[in-house]
Design a protein. Structure first.
Length: 150
């Protein structure tokens, strides 16, 4: 499924979806059939949701309304905010960071770990993910330049 998503994002179909996202009127004026593309991608998204529901049922053997509580939806949204909703790897990176922070913070302060994750969310919203990640990204590129032989 991940490979299919990656294939879609790099295909002409995916690029036309990006054009529709940026400016639907302009995409339509240059000949992109916006309505058909949106129906197709919503169908693909519904198929992904159906597969996710089937996998959830297979792993838990039981699905109740507890799985649809607000805190689960909030956790998923927080994972996407941390990882970046516009990136294909954002969900994977965000889930890894969220679980690591949850385990680490609940070990340090069991009563207040949600406060610290909420504070991170506020920082991400106020500062922005790009500026928050710019420091480690610059350090990584500097380290890579230093380690690469000239």
């Amino acid at each position: 499924l991940f490979l299919l998503a990656r294939l879609i994002t790099r295909s002409p179909f995916g690029l036309s979806l990006l054009a529709i996202k940026q400016n639907r009127l302009r995409a339509t004026s240059v000949g992109v059939p916006a309505e058909r593309r949106l129906v197709a991608i919503y169908t693909v998204a519904a198929a992904y949701a159906g597969i996710a529901g089937a996998l959830l049922t297979q792993t838990t053997q039981f699905v109740s309304l507890d799985w649809l509580e607000f805190h689960r939806s909030a956790d998923v949204l927080l994972v996407l905010v941390i990882g970046g909703a516009g990136y294909l790897y954002g969900g994977l990176i965000g889930a890894a960071i969220f679980k690591l922070m949850q385990d680490w913070l609940s070990g340090i302060t069991p009563q207040y770990w949600q406060f610290w994750i909420g504070l991170l969310l506020v920082l991400l919203v106020l500062i922005g993910q790009d500026r928050l990640v710019a420091g480690p990204r610059a350090a990584w590129s500097w380290l890579r330049r230093r380690l690469t032989p000239a």
